[in-house]
Write a protein that binds this ligand. Structure first.
Ligand code: SF4
Length: 385
């Protein structure tokens, strides 16, 4: 009990220290923890004696004493167990716009949490210090303590982020259940490589999800730079999330030279329009060199702008450009073109909607979950474009 209290106290000190600044990811002192026997929820036994994990679309078939692609789900004595359950490796408070959500609870703050490892093998991962970990590490935090920390720090929701939440889905849902009871919302930041079973379990507990494509969702890019055979399960997940009533936004990381095809952008944005609707927010984000792709340049703003224009041309009403200060961080009314929500450096700065979330100039309804933020922040960073 004393040990748990001291961990929570350490988290609180770090959170207070970094609160309301442009915060680096909080990284805690790590240590190896003995395997716990928490049983997974998403799996079944195969006739061969292996177990099949159904937490993500890889559906790893795991032999006795083996682990799945993500390393953190293991077959022990014919059962799928979770040695990483509750072992938190990253925690930080951020504006919801940083996830990025522009149409869900604008101006609110979230407590973001993450564990170790991932189900993708992205060569450009910005969180590779935790996502590429193949050891079970982190600080044990009981689900109720996550909620306690969130409430004590005055945030409105919890984000399951930094590494893929599908691999710690059981823990995320346990936290989410308690969070809802305490009036907090829950959001996933996910690569979307989920299963129908997991989306079914998210229904009613996870309020919103931002699903990340990279390189326009092109199969070739996914094969070579993400170690993923097909992006089709991501599209399937998006359709299922929408059907489940979960608010969705989409990001597309535009990688210079290898993941910036305008043809692929055209295909992806047409697909989004036809399958998810014209009001689906899509964020084209700037690539920054990291991990094994350090020799690639950052994405030129003009390339991002071309993607933005293709999306708008394909009928998407809410396209954004992210990871770079620019005027397309903000929301414009698709009817009259007036700015309705201003954003700078991922913070809400202006609000020109009435109490029904309609454009103050022309009265068009703008699809926003939430209302006028209680707080605005101006960072003093000027838009570059
Ligand atoms: S969550 Fe991990 S073990 Fe399960 S299917 Fe995905 S990669 Fe495999």
């Amino acid at each position: 009990m004393l040990a748990i209290s001291s961990f929570v106290f350490t988290f609180k000190c770090l959170l207070i220290l970094f609160k309301d600044k442009e915060m680096p990811m909080i990284k805690y002192k790590k240590y190896i923890i003995n395997i716990m026997d928490t049983q997974a929820r998403f799996w079944h036994k195969l006739r061969s004696g292996k177990v099949e994990c159904t937490a993500c679309a890889r559906k790893c078939k795991i032999p006795e004493s083996g682990h799945g692609f993500c390393f953190v789900r293991k077959n022990i004595d014919g059962r799928l167990v979770l040695p990483a359950y509750g072992k938190i490796n990253a925690m930080q408070i951020d504006p919801i716009e940083k996830k990025p959500f522009n149409h869900f609870m604008p101006g609110t703050y979230v407590l973001g949490i993450g564990t170790s490892s991932c189900n993708f093998g992205c060569m450009f991962c910005q969180n590779h210090n935790i996502s590429k970990e193949h050891e079970i590490s982190g600080v044990d935090v009981d689900p109720s303590h996550i909620v306690e920390i969130a409430l004590e720090n005055g945030v409105e929701g919890i984000a399951y982020t930094y590494n893929e939440p599908a691999i710690f889905i059981e823990y995320a849902l346990d936290v989410a259940k308690i969070a809802h009871k305490k009036g907090l919302y829950n959001v996933f930041v996910t690569n979307g490589y989920l299963t129908s079973e997991v989306v079914g379990a998210m229904k009613g507990l996870i309020d919103a999800a931002v699903v990340d494509f990279k390189g326009n969702g092109a199969e070739k890019f996914a094969n070579k730079y993400e170690m993923v055979a097909s992006t089709e399960p991501i599209r399937q997940t998006l359709i299922e999330l929408k059907k489940a009533g979960i608010h969705i936004e989409i990001t597309d990381l535009i990688v210079p030279n290898v993941g910036d095809s305008l043809d692929e952008c055209n295909k992806l944005t047409s697909w989004i329009h036809d399958n998810l609707g014209a009001d689906t927010p899509v964020h084209f984000t700037q690539f920054h060199p990291d991990y094994k792709m350090l020799d690639y340049p950052i994405t030129d703003y003009r390339t991002l702008l071309k993607h933005y224009e293709i999306a708008r041309g394909n009928g998407l009403n809410y396209a954004y450009i992210g990871n770079i200060p620019n005027k397309y961080e903000s929301t414009y009314c698709p009817e009259c073109g007036k700015l309705v929500i201003g954003r700078e450096n991922m913070h809400t700065t202006k609000w020109a909607l009435n109490e029904n979330n309609e454009c103050k100039s022309c009265g068009a309804a703008i699809p926003i979950t939430g209302s006028r933020p209680r707080r605005f922040r101006y960072e003093g960073i000027r838009a570059l474009y």
